[in-house]
Design a protein around this ligand. Structure first.
Ligand SMILES: [Zn+2]
Length: 348
């Protein structure tokens, strides 16, 4: 049984990782404590004193206090939480740490080898993506956020939007089913400061890129209005077009827009749309023939990047014999989702 001193000595970086607190390696960043919406980074982990402090909301203390704050537990409950995670497998734990430190040290000696997983080693894995999506049913707060963006339940379920539950336990289960190597190959697992982690944080919405039943790609998004880490994608894998399913249909008119949110907005407005991620994304030549004989309308965002996106795409399609026209978002809106919200405001 660990006594109080032993509990307080558990490295705060490990405890923070277990609590899924995301901070840069210097331990400083926006306050993760519940009830504090920190606009400026005012939170710090103090590795030397094994403590934390927020200069804005004023909360501070030991690893036990951190668990009490994050998990809403009393003192005894926080101690139990720490013992459950760090108490039993101590010998194992420390061996693991040594290995982790060693591998970090060797990596820093060869900086060129870091972060440059050759793209050719990575490939999409629809089976893994589909499994993850099945394990991630939409939660109430995710649905609420999507409704706030103007999306109906019918659209939400047609696009099979999911939401990750607990990142750590989902990763553990995924590793049991598929193994670490396969999860890395499809870009879902990367090495974080505290070891391997799923790229999607807990509670993130998951947007599947479907081709019939097949999940070709997953994009994650925060389920609130926060600006940090808004979108998360599998590392180093170029995204396919979003909503490829519409090309199987006979729709005479197809919109091409920037990203997932605009496609959902178009669907909400009764239009079939294809989404390309990032204003400089390319269009897979394989799908261009499927655009022939249709009216193709490119709607980029109402900004410089959006104009470039539209112009480049119209030219590219033209080179393949597909006539497309470019239009700004209607009614002076900044993008299709903004337009959807204008429309919603008119009708309610
Ligand atoms: Zn704070």
């Amino acid at each position: 049984m660990m006594n109080l001193d032993a509990l307080k000595a558990i490295p705060i970086a490990k405890v923070a990782a277990s609590l899924e607190i995301r901070l840069p390696s210097n331990g400083r960043g926006r306050c993760p404590l519940p009830g504090h919406e920190d606009r400026n980074p005012s939170f710090a982990l103090r590795f030397s004193t094994n403590s934390f402090r927020c200069f804005s909301c004023g909360r501070r203390g030991s690893v036990i206090d951190l668990v009490m704050e994050m998990e809403g537990r009393d003192f005894a409950g926080a101690c139990r939480w720490l013992r459950e995670r760090f108490g039993r497998s101590e010998p194992d734990e420390s061996r693991h740490t040594d290995r982790f430190v060693a591998s970090r040290a060797s990596k820093s000696n060869v900086p060129a080898a870091r972060n440059v997983a050759p793209a050719s080693n990575l490939s999409p894995d629809p089976e893994v993506y589909g499994w993850l999506l099945d394990k991630a049913p939409l939660q109430d707060n995710g649905r609420e956020y999507l409704r706030f963006r103007g999306f109906s339940d019918a659209t939400i379920s047609a696009f099979r939007i999911g939401q990750l539950g607990n990142r750590t336990s989902t990763l553990r289960e995924a590793c049991r089913v598929f193994g670490d190597a396969r999860l890395r190959r499809c870009g879902l697992v990367v090495d974080g400061r505290f070891g391997p982690r799923l790229i999607f944080p807990s509670g993130y919405l998951l947007f599947p890129f479907l081709d019939l039943e097949c999940v070709l790609y997953l994009q994650g998004r925060r389920a609130d209005n926060g600006l940090e880490f808004r979108w998360v994608c599998p590392k180093d894998l170029p995204p396919p077009a979003y909503n490829l399913d519409i090309l199987a249909g006979s729709s005479a008119s197809i919109l091409i827009c920037e990203g997932v949110t605009d496609v959902l907005s178009a669907a909400e407005l009764g239009k079939d749309a294809l989404g390309l991620l990032g204003a400089d994304s390319r269009l897979d030549p394989g799908i261009i023939p499927k655009l022939r004989q249709r009216n193709v309308i490119v709607i980029g965002d109402a900004d410089k990047a959006g104009e470039r996106f539209s112009r480049a795409l119209v030219n590219l399609l033209g080179a393949y014999g597909v006539t497309a026209i470019s239009r700004p978002p209607p009614s002076g809106a900044s993008d299709l989702n903004a337009y959807l919200k204008i429309r919603r405001g008119e009708t309610t």
